[in-house]
Design a protein around this ligand. Structure first.
Ligand code: NAD
Length: 279
């Protein structure tokens, strides 16, 4: 039976450390969140980010927009936030309303305020292993989980499933920087089962419920489930058939309570680190 990786516990420890460090600061870090979509999940994420920032004593501002918002208004807001020395972190909650140009707005954010690490300068630094101002929160949180449980990454045969700019690609880069052998699979990959069966560590970020089944994983491998899909009954479901897979592997993350809490904790850590870099 696998060790269940407790992301909630690890995130609470990380946040406690952050609280201690923040309490020592005279001026507190601040984060501005831009919400320009009607997506329920995004609203829930933004609320929990705001709640956590308030607990830590950060200043947090949320800018909410209706569907009628124009690209120019967001450009103007980002320019204003870039120039405001009281704002340390800018988070553009994705996805945006369809008519908006996401890439243009991400590129406009000052890289030293880019708390999600999505700006091309930060992704470029990540892929070149050159200390980005901030590293994307979910992949960063996953590396912290692996380290916390002392799971070896160096030289391991790892697989990332999903190639989004938010999770899959930066995850593959972080694993590469940590000397893993990395395979990146996606929806066009052929014979996924043949790929998964030989891997020591699998990180799945697809949003396809129960994509990863018991017969697809190697005995004693490590399984990190990033996927979150809300079922009709309101329950959250990951990419992994948790109940069956857990009997075969050595470590596994649950959904919820695995990767999710680490994402928010890392967002808070990134905000704190950007504050330090600017002061
Ligand atoms: P995305 O839709 O941008 O990307 C999904 C990726 O999965 C794509 O690259 C696609 O090629 C791949 N994919 C889809 N079906 C596949 C299949 N059958 N086989 C192999 N690959 C397949 O999504 P994303 O933003 O990267 O998020 C992925 C999942 O992770 C979603 O469920 C999302 O809700 C969740 N997520 C969780 C957290 C967290 O904190 N836990 C953070 C971000 C995203």
């Amino acid at each position: 039976m696998a060790t269940i990786i407790d992301g909630k516990k690890v995130s609470i420890e990380l946040l406690k450390e952050l609280q201690k460090k923040t309490d020592k600061l005279q001026k507190k870090p601040s984060i501005a969140v831009i919400l320009a979509n009607n997506d329920d999940a995004s609203r829930i994420y933004v609320n929990s980010k705001e709640k956590q920032a308030n607990i830590l004593g950060y200043k947090s501002m949320v800018y909410k927009f209706e569907k009628t918002v124009k690209q120019e208004e967001l450009i103007e807001l980002i320019n204003k936030l870039n120039n405001d020395s009281n704002v340390n972190a800018i988070l553009l909650q994705l996805p945006l309303f369809n008519h908006l140009n996401e890439n243009e707005l991400i590129e406009l954010i000052n890289p030293i305020k880019d708390v999600d690490g999505f700006h091309p300068l930060n992704t470029g630094k990540l892929y070149s292993n050159l200390n980005p101002f901030a590293v994307c929160c979910t992949p960063k949180g996953i590396i912290k989980l692996l380290d916390y449980y002392k799971i070896d990454i160096t030289g391991k045969n790892t697989l990332v499933i999903g190639r989004s700019n938010i999770v899959g690609k930066p995850m593959a880069a972080l694993l590469t920087n940590r000397d893993a052998t990395v395979t990146l699979a996606h929806s066009k990959s052929e014979n996924l089962k043949e790929i998964t069966k030989t891997k020591d560590i699998i990180i799945s970020a697809t949003g396809c419920p129960k994509l990863i089944k018991k017969d697809m994983v190697k005995q004693n491998s490590v399984i990190i489930d990033v996927g979150i899909v809300k079922q009709n009954n309101g329950k959250l479901m990951g990419d992994v058939d948790f109940e069956n897979v857990k009997d075969k592997v050595s470590y596994i993350t649950p959904v919820p309570g695995g990767v999710g809490p680490m994402t928010i904790a890392c967002l808070m850590e990134n905000t704190y680190e950007l504050f330090l870099k600017q002061n």
